[in-house]
Design a binder for this molecule. Sequence first.
Ligand code: HEM
Length: 406
Amino acid sequence: MDRCPVHTLLDFERFATGTPRALINDLRAKHRILRETDDYSGSHWLVFRQEDIDHVLKTPALFSNAFSPILDDFPPEVLAEQQKSLTFMDPPEHRKYRTLIDSAFRLKALEARRPAMEQAAREIVDAVIDRGECEFVTDIAMQMPTRVMFDLLGVRAGDYARVVRMVNTLSMADDPDFAENRMLGFQASMDLIAFGAELAAEHRRNPRASMTMEVLEARVDDRALDDGEFGRLFNNLVVGGLETTRNTLALGLHQLILHPEQYRLLQENPALVPGAVEEFLRHQNTVVYLRRTATQDMEFLGEQILKGDKLVCVLGSPNRDPAIFADPDRFDITREPAPSRKHYRTFGQGPHYCVGVHQARLNLEVMLAEIVRRMTALRLLAAPRHTRSIFMEGYKEMRLGFERSA
Ligand code: HEM
């Protein structure tokens, strides 16, 4: 039987035990841009350097989002639906919708949420602390982003599990533990949009304070969003916010287990928590790449790019570039956070730069601070299991043992 060729980078086998970061370092050192084949429409261009990634992500007139930020070729009816959503839009249309959600995630709005998040973190740890062991991904890492996001959007507690299932199927659609085939992933995104539309309709019937209500009362081009438009924003927010935050916490905590001296340092000096979170984000970026699509023929980095070509920005590449970070492969929570924030590309760049960046940091900081305060002697009970994906690195299971801090 014919076997698919192994691709240079974006290949499921190469990602079986996580992002092949040494390979990315090697490719960045050798190539400014590199064409590789794929199992979708044939091939794509890999872009590695920070300045080149920034150029692609900041120039939507040449490099469009309209065909998705992931490599997959969407079935036409799914693509037509998704193209009406924020993550597939280009400016100026994109800005109109983005403005609707920006204010809910500004720092000031977030600080008001901090006490509720700290309370949630206490409850999340309360639920496992006496057991002495847990499955970290589900029992802890997924809990905080889910509670925060669903509370904000006014999702009823009885619906939490159903929405999490849809998000898991969508974002882990290449992993047979979550979706039997890729089509189920596309279906899950349509289901999430339908759920969001129903959430909007239900808010109109029973108005209550929530971000959903605020968005429904706002105006785009002098008119209110309809339920379907809200459903698409809902889809973007839950897909953008849950798995990413969950994966970052699990990947980062694993690094602390591999470096117990750094965990002890955090226990002795909790003021290091924000720096540790930046190091999680830099060293263990979960979103592997962002795709853009060329809007015209052009020469770029010495190569002839054709209209419709896919450009793939490898986000973790600048994060580990020795021209930017000293000893970049070393995990070190004592690095200065400000330069990391400025130079890593974990949250993308340009008009689609992550809207939830402050929320993500606060989620991670509050949860990590609670873990460090209350849990000690952390150890793996089994090797963590990676999700099968070339787009998003994460664990589907990480079994931990621990003791209660005195
Ligand atoms: C560690 C956590 C997170 C990571 C690594 C992350 C990463 C990213 C990246 C790389 C993008 C750029 C997509 C593109 O350019 O096509 C993005 C966009 C986005 N993120 Fe995040 N994200 C995180 C947390 C969050 C949270 C907590 C939320 C929700 C509050 C969120 C909501 C979004 C949305 C809605 C977009 C699309 C923005 C747009 O298209 O204008 N993300 N995120």
